[in-house]
Design a protein around this ligand. Sequence first.
Ligand SMILES: Nc1nc2c(c(=O)[nH]1)N[C@H]1C(S)=C(S)[C@@H](COP(=O)(O)O)O[C@H]1N2
Ligand SMILES: [Mo]
Length: 199
Amino acid sequence: MFFGRVKMTSSKDSRIPPNQHVTTKFPILHHGNVPYYADLAEWDLTVFGLVDNPQVFTYEQLMKLPQTKITTDIHCVTGWSRLDNMWTGISSLELLKRVKIKQDARYVIFHAEEGWTANLPLEDFLKETTLLAHSHNGEPLTPKHGFPIRAVVAHLYFWKSAKWLRKIEFTAKDQPGFWERNGYHNYGDPWKEQRLSWD
Ligand SMILES: Nc1nc2c(c(=O)[nH]1)N[C@H]1C(S)=C(S)[C@@H](COP(=O)(O)O)O[C@H]1N2
Ligand SMILES: [Mo]
């Protein structure tokens, strides 16, 4: 005899975090303006803070690093999920080899254009699925989706995936980012529905 509550799940449902719905569109969501670069020479990526070798990468230099392809589902805190996104870019582990993170680093702060930031624990940055992506489904990112480079942190709500990335900072202390200071959860695990700071 079985008295438990039975929840029917298909294999597709088990990919969808609670209270998310799947969309095949690619919604655009951000605070502030979409940056425009007349020339990619106007863009670079600074990696600094608690690292042995702080570095400024040009777009060309990043493109010459070994490239990684990952396919991930993305989950926006506003309720939409988009399945099977193929991202191409430089894995966080590849970057790590070049800058050498110091022992006391615990957090990573993404700095985007216009001073927008997002924070995450170092171990989440160092997941194999965390990427500095330049392409989505084989096409370069469009300006609205983060051209030239965005972070992709697939296992957390999509607001951690900073578009228009300009700096990556390694710190000992946490520094809540833009949405984290404005009521969103500091960590943002979609499977635990960590949407707002009190969740
Ligand atoms: N620089 C920057 N990156 C950002 C944001 C932002 O406001 N500024 N918003 C985040 C949020 S809330 C989401 S859901 C995703 C949306 O990415 P998309 O517009 O490519 O779908 O970008 C994230 N990255
Ligand atoms: Mo979002």
